[in-house]
Design a binder for this molecule. Sequence first.
Ligand code: GLU
Length: 424
Amino acid sequence: MLQMNSSEHSEKSMLAVTLEVMHRAADRLGLDQSIRNVISKPQRILSVAVPVRMDDGRIEVFDGYRVQHSLARGPAKGGIRYHPEVTMDEVVALAMNMTWKCAVVDIPYGGAKGGVVVDPTQLSIGELERLTRRFTSEISIIIGPEKDIPAPDVNTNAQVMAWVMDTYSMQMGYSIPSVVTGKPIEIGGSLGRVDATGRGCVYTIVELAKKINLKLEGATVAVQGFGNVGSHAAVILQDIGCKVVAVSDVHGALYNEHGLDCRAIQAVAAKTGSILDYQGDAEEIPREQALEIPVDILVPAALGNQIHAGNAHRINAKIIAEGANGPTTNEADEILRSRGTIIIPDILANAGGVTVSYFEWVQGIQSLSWTEKQVAAELERRMVSSFNQVYERAQREDVDLRTAAYLIAIERVAQAIRLRGIFP
Ligand code: GLU
């Protein structure tokens, strides 16, 4: 099995980890073998070669993938990531994750994911645009507003989505904004999409804190990853009174026992691309330490397999809210649970992004726009309700939140497959 985005300590690929959790939940549900056969495999895998003319005239060819795991509950949905360690196996795992995520928050989508094997920090803006446009053109045979709707993921953003939207529209001959979500507001994006994943993550933390009587005022937080998810989660947690003592990004980590000014760090990182350029009140610490500092709440919001058997013993958090997809290996999950750590699983904790993507898609189809307040209120309603369904299921069946989330998700997907039947 290929190893993806994994540190030297991770024992298994993200796909192996995802399948293991799925089978564990399926066993508990007593899921019949036929349905299990269907959900164990991605429905479609498209592998593409993406030739790009570089600024110096050379042509480089990048590998790209778009995987649709399931279309049982609706069109496929999921982001596109640009990362040098992307592999097809990883994209399959992430697409599968999207199926469960959309089912947990009960939005009418199946799961998909895309990825290009590239380090975007090494590309000029022109190269990035040409890469995005050619990749979009290559996958345009399977995407579409009623078929498969991409969105931002690791190292992609609203500008990249604008290029996806424009390329697809040019190919079809008219503007089709709903082919993609996470677009800039000016061309059909939704207010509140940019910070939706971080905000949704905070809503789940607030709900869990109520259940376990954790006072959030002054509660300590560490955030690993300061991008699309982590930076917003950090700012919102700070806004509700938490003390964010440590944050990290690819360049390093910052620490302040009295609490960092996350909004100021976010402003600097947005400009320079590195939190280490922040000149305010913070001490630089080794990057791994951001995960291991004793805190009430840890938000891993970087890549997969970051919490593994090699470092789980050193993690000291009451709550882990998985902002990233697949940040915890199953071995680490077991170690942490045995030590009393409560983990809000990725398919619930980071579902706020795809939930507001759904709102963006709905607004696009209806050609109307919601206010930021409407978006936040509807996001909160859905996240709180989904969290409580998962929490109650976990209590009732005496299982952890991850297993409970999978039980709910698999049940919903399985029921859709049963109702639709198998074609022909
Ligand atoms: N990439 C995000 C995720 O992993 C958002 C996907 C979407 O909005 O479609 O959930």
